[in-house]
Design a binder for this molecule. Structure first.
Ligand code: NAD
Length: 379
């Protein structure tokens, strides 16, 4: 779901400063808090509020006492590279904030691929790796092809034909560098279920009904009450839903096996772990097989071809479409970020109130941005 900028919003820098203070209250050193806040605000800027600052209360709880999340975050920990060779590395997230683990893993992948042409980097014990597209953008901005296969030990999604929650929303993400051809890298970043579980939390917080196509029940129906779904009713459908869910299921299984084998981390069915995400990142230098100009020409050719698609007007375009224009993956996020930088980031009033209440709880009233004046959970 992409944000609506009609009502304006908060300036990214102010939100980042506020988020940093809240994360410091969870025991994060200033540099860690700053990096995590930067990732969360970037998710808000790019329209993925499910992985933005609305996560802070659960991160703070997971850092202070592990109560509200499946895993505990060690707010002072830093990920480490535990093994490395000419084309591979393994990063131990060490239960630090997952945004640090993701950043470390992608930076090692970039350095390795710049040196050797290709890189395979596993990351494990990474708490919550956040918005996986951030890692694709980071590698593509450095001129590399990138792929991420990620999973965790949550259970929210049912295999096709079932309504039993059995595995997680196992995201995959791919990045394609565009150099000077476009203002943004091509980035596909998606859950392998109909939707990321974090989006159901957003719907529940707003009191909005879930679309029918997202969930399934034992009776073959769906759960539209988002709060009931959050309380355990039904299950998320794999991507492709009731008609072609076997494809999303297949992608999810591949993400878990590719991710777990490359990271030497347990998958579902092995020893239970509640240490959040694991995954495998691949980075490839495209100039191994051509030059930068060829990459630019290919991206532009495909984009122009797709842009010439005819739209009849009678075909429903879905919630994230931009009218009668076909976009490349990553383009909606680019447009949303551009609007957010111009007009401010639009946050849901309930999320703002929850962040302000958290600030008050930690004696940080003075850190609340003036744009949020008067926001409390009772509003
Ligand atoms: P989504 O359904 O909004 O799909 C996003 C992808 O579709 C993006 O690549 C976007 O560019 C593309 N897209 C959307 N509309 C488009 C259009 N009109 N034209 C072309 N491309 C379009 O997202 P989702 O699957 O609900 O996932 C949301 C977020 O959740 C992602 O950032 C993902 O990384 C994250 N996630 C994280 C975890 C985790 O464990 N850390 C798990 C699942 C999902």
């Amino acid at each position: 779901m992409l944000g609506d900028h009609d009502d304006g919003g908060i300036e990214a820098g102010r939100l980042e400063a506020f988020a940093t203070r809240l994360l410091e209250a969870a025991g994060a050193p200033a540099d860690t808090a700053g990096l995590v806040a930067e990732s969360l605000v970037r998710a808000d800027l790019r329209g993925h509020h499910s992985h933005g600052t609305r996560r802070i209360p659960s991160y703070v709880a997971a850092a202070l006492d592990g109560r509200r999340d499946r895993y505990r975050i060690d707010p002072a920990a830093r990920p480490t590279v535990t093994s490395a060779g000419p084309t591979h590395a393994l990063v131990d997230g060490r239960d630090a904030f997952g945004q640090l683990a993701g950043r470390e893993a992608v930076d090692v992948a970039v350095e390795t691929a710049e040196e050797s042409g290709v890189a395979v980097v596993g990351v494990r014990d990474a708490t919550h790796l956040g918005r996986i597209g951030e890692w694709s953008e980071r590698a593509a901005d450095r001129g590399l092809l990138f792929a991420a296969f990620v999973y965790n030990h949550g259970v929210t999604v049912a295999p096709p034909g079932s309504a039993q929650r059995r595995y997680s929303t196992n995201p995959v993400s791919f990045g394609i560098p565009t150099f000077d051809a476009l203002e943004f890298p091509v980035v596909l970043d998606m859950a392998t279920s109909q939707v990321a579980n974090g989006k159901t939390a957003e719907f529940a917080a707003r009191g909005d009904p879930l679309p029918d196509a997202w969930t399934v029940t034992d009776e073959g129906g769906s759960v539209t009450d988002a709060r009931a779904f959050r309380d355990g009713a039904g299950a998320l459908l794999p991507l492709g839903g009731l008609v072609a869910g076997y494809k999303g299921f297949g992608l999810a299984m591949v993400a878990e096996l590719f991710g777990g084998i490359g990271a030497d981390a347990p998958v579902h069915g092995e020893a239970e772990t509640d240490r959040g995400c694991a995954g495998t990142f691949l980075a490839v230098d495209p100039t191994l097989v051509g030059d930068r100009g060829t990459v630019e020409d290919r991206v532009l050719a495909l984009r122009e071809y797709i842009a010439e698609t005819e739209f009849s007007g009678a075909v429903p375009t879905g919630p994230t479409a931009y009218g009668d224009r076909a976009l490349l993956p990553g383009e909606p996020e680019h447009l949303t970020e551009r609007a957010g930088r111009e007009h401010g980031i639009p946050l849901a009033p309930g999320d703002v109130a929850t962040l302000c209440d958290l600030a008050v709880e930690h004696g940080l009233e003075g850190a609340i941005p003036s744009a949020f004046d008067g926001a409390t959970a009772e509003d």
